[in-house]
Ligand binder design. Structure first.
Ligand SMILES: N[C@@H](CCC(=O)N[C@@H](CS)C(=O)NCC(=O)O)C(=O)O
Length: 212
């Protein structure tokens, strides 16, 4: 049994979505970020970093969104969401997961929490840099689709698509969202057709972005 500590529309959404796609039993514990519940002593005991998501597996809390997205398909291999160890697709998969986690996620933290990046007096500068970094990733990812690939790694859906899609979703209110890049717009439209993506929006009471 899994327990996901989550807040709607955040990084936990990718894990929530994957759990739904895998069709495994899980329970949800909402974390009220607005009320700073993720900084409470109780929450810090399960994640000293004070972030969502936290996924409790057999009583042990695990953190880091990308890691959670990688470990779940390994625990449920029949879903085929994780390329086989030793294959070229696996190498591309590992590279892509770390690339997304190490470039987009920190840049988004600077975009959404700019005072954290450079102090309260430099919020505009921090957001400018964050925006440039995020758009640079969209440019690179968009060009990958020039080869006609359907998903982020090629012809197969993998956990990398769950991370990439949720990170693209976060750009929806930015000056140049991922969907303004033509190949990414077509990719997002394909991903939006997945019933599990619609389902996670419904379960998190989100209506924006899923319909374009
Ligand atoms: N490296 C962490 C970052 C998680 C993270 O930044 N979570 C955000 C939500 S998307 C959060 O908890 N924000 C509340 C806060 O930091 O105060 C991961 O990938 O899981």
């Amino acid at each position: 049994m899994y327990t996901l500590y989550y807040a709607p529309s955040t990084a936990s959404m990718a894990v929530h979505w994957l759990l739904i796609e895998l069709g495994v039993p899980f329970e949800l514990v909402p974390v009220d970020i607005g009320a700073k519940a993720h900084k409470s002593p109780e929450f810090l005991r399960i994640n000293p970093n004070g972030h969502v998501p936290v996924l409790v597996i057999d009583g042990v809390p695990y953190t880091e969104c990308a890691a959670l997205l990688m470990l779940l398909p390994e625990r449920h291999p029949t879903a085929n969401l994780s390329p086989a160890v030793g294959t070229a697709e696996r190498s591309a998969y590992l590279q892509t997961m770390f690339y997304l986690a190490n470039t987009l996620q920190p840049a988004y933290r600077s975009w959404f929490y700019p005072e954290e990046a450079a102090g309260i007096d430099n919020v505009d500068a921090a957001k400018l840099v964050a925006r440039a970094k995020i758009e640079q990733v969209w440019t690179r990812l968009d060009s990958k689709f020039e080869d006609g690939r359907v998903f982020i790694l090629g012809q197969n859906l993998t956990a990398a698509d769950f991370l990439a899609t949720i990170l693209m979703r976060w750009s929806r209110n930015m000056p140049k969202p991922a969907t303004e890049f033509p190949n990414l717009a077509r990719y997002v439209d394909r991903m939006r057709k997945l019933p599990s993506l619609r389902e996670v929006h419904a379960r998190e009471n989100l209506t924006d972005w899923i319909c374009g």
